[in-house]
Design a protein around this ligand. Sequence first.
Ligand SMILES: [Ca+2]
Ligand SMILES: [Ca+2]
Length: 259
Amino acid sequence: MKRMNKALSLLSAAVLGCSMLLPVSAQAAGILGDVDGNSIINAEDATEILKEAARRGAGTVNKDAAFEAAADVNKDGKITADDALEILKYASKVGTGKMMASLEDYLNYQKAGYTPSYKTRKVYGMDMTQQKDDNFNGEFLTLTFMVKDAAIASRFPVRIVKTDVASWEKVVTLHPEIIQGEVGIGVTPNTQPTMLSKDFCMKVNSTVAQKGGVVNVTVNVSGNPGFCGYILDVAYDQNAMELASVATGKDYHGIAELN
Ligand SMILES: [Ca+2]
Ligand SMILES: [Ca+2]
């Protein structure tokens, strides 16, 4: 009961400020911690777990398999206030920008005694040769990372956290949808959503890497309405890897610079 009370008081703190989108790598069916299946891990999920813990205390069990799989966060075979607490701790870190990885990877990091440190670099460019928009689709950029020798085996997010994309012809700022990616160092990345050709979307393609190695992370574009210049804020975990250089992808004929 003491744990339950602790969970409830943390919960009320978290309810005030937390409604953050999941790191996109985690947005697939049956995600650990997302017990109500709305692609967000927040205090609401913790609340549902506490309710279920209380029901179980009273002898009733929610037998829904998806709920069961998502709710046993610490994988001890029981659904208790401890699972709710893990969600609150994770959601709080996501809310303050200290955690960009999925709940599962956050737990892996904890087990390994690992703390991520996120760094943001700006990637920018323009098509200087034509005084008009470029409406290519396909491979836009290649980001080259050096993976640290001491990197642990886990998944590390590579995210476009801000965009500034300008159109020459329409004189507007465009707002592409972003599909975030990750680098799996010695492990397989999570499955990513597919880009739909009708929507203006940028996708950071997840990939695998080895510690001490070099890895190229490509960024693709779909549904491009035409743009002439861009600035992208790219965030990654500098304790695991360092962004060494950027280059244009095979389908984009502008410029790519790193700042
Ligand atoms: Ca949820
Ligand atoms: Ca549990």
